[in-house]
Write a protein that binds this ligand. Structure first.
Ligand SMILES: Nc1ncnc2c1ncn2[C@@H]1O[C@H](COP(=O)(O)OP(=O)(O)OP(=O)(O)O)[C@@H](O)[C@H]1O
Ligand SMILES: [Mg+2]
Length: 312
């Protein structure tokens, strides 16, 4: 049994202009201790997929279909109070902007301790000791000073470390990281990613890693799903995706990424994003309307592409 099994998930917003299908029938699984990346352009539904798992919803948002199984429980049916017991405990989430998640009026110590006291029933003394330990685990140099600091007294990289410490302080089975390093400079970003990888190994935490940066995803996860318009267009082990992506959208995404890379394709070379089409499947709907198909073709173990299956 997988730690996380998302099946045909649909998350809709009811707006005055009608229904917005932010997540439109996606399925994926994530095993304990493994990393799964969700990539795709802005607005493709990555964050709303993450929010759906713990149902941190806006007032006009709802799960319209499908199911989410977590550790053997169907959490998509859970009430808010049942979810409350899971959030920040069995499932933690880190956002792009640490400042929006840390409370500006409380010290780091107070915020870290509160998590431990509420979720782990620790005494305040034990919580203080654990908070110190966690800051050391995320390689903060002067934990005593940082514990006494307020969020605005920390640099961006430092606050992101505090966020990671907070997210991991309850040993979650699943850590959802939504663009956790986008706001940081590249050197700090590399350090934070390395740290997350170390902690994932050490604590056997599964990570759902959301990013639009293919470079980041290649370092962080075992498998990747590529989203477009609320649907999954391709999913594969990370190495397979980079070596033999098939869906035109994935190819375009990779080509756009490589252009800023030294492994740039020959100047003037025209890329045929649809070259994978064959007598078994095509991408006609995507070509004509830019909408991904709901059928999938399995290219190899764990490698699926959304396409129209041709009848023999
Ligand atoms: N409050 C809302 N009302 C209506 N639609 C919304 C609302 N919030 C988000 N959406 C829609 O949900 C879709 C998916 O948004 P989501 O935030 O998941 O994108 P994303 O892939 O995380 O993008 P980004 O890379 O910019 O973070 C978008 O089309 C967006 O317009
Ligand atoms: Mg997002």
């Amino acid at each position: 049994m997988s730690l996380l099994e998302v099946r045909e998930l649909q998350t809709y917003f009811d707006t005055r202009r009608g229904v917005v299908k932010a997540v439109d029938g996606i399925s994926f699984t994530l095993e304990s201790g493994k990393g799964l990346g969700i990539v795709g352009e802005s607005g493709s539904g990555k964050s709303q997929t993450a929010m759906s798992i713990i149902q941190l919803f806006q007032h006009n948002q709802r799960i319209a279909g499908g199911s989410i199984m977590f550790d053997g429980r169907q959490i998509s049916d859970y009430t808010d109070s049942q979810l409350e017991a899971i959030r920040g405990n069995e499932i933690s989430i880190i956002f792009q902007e640490p400042m929006s998640s840390l409370n500006p009026v409380f010290t780091v110590s107070k915020q870290l301790c509160e998590v431990l006291i509420t979720h782990q029933n620790m005494s305040s003394e034990d919580a203080k000791a654990k908070a110190y330990e966690m800051l050391k685990a995320v390689k903060i140099d002067q934990p005593e000073r940082v514990l006494k600091s307020y969020p605005h007294q920390l640099s961006g990289g430092m606050s992101q470390r505090v966020m990671i410490a907070m997210a991991l302080s309850c040993n979650p089975k699943l850590l959802i990281a939504d663009e956790p390093t986008t706001a940081l400079d590249v050197i700090i970003q590399a350090e934070i990613l390395k740290l997350m990888n170390e902690l994932k190994e050490k604590l056997n935490t599964a990570i759902l890693f959301i990013t639009h940066d293919l470079g980041v995803v290649s370092k962080m996860v075992d498998n990747v799903v590529v989203m477009h318009g609320g649907k999954i267009v391709e999913s594969a082990p990370v190495k397979v995706l980079f070596k033999s992506a098939k869906h035109p959208y994935t190819k375009r995404l990779i080509a756009a990424f490589l252009k800023t890379d030294i492994r740039r394709a020959n100047e003037g070379e025209t890329l045929d994003f649809f070259e994978a089409e064959n007598d078994q499947y095509d991408f006609q709907q995507f070509r004509d309307r830019g909408v991904a198909d709901d059928d999938f073709y399995q290219v190899s173990a764990g490698h699926m592409i959304a396409c129209r299956l041709k009848k023999k």
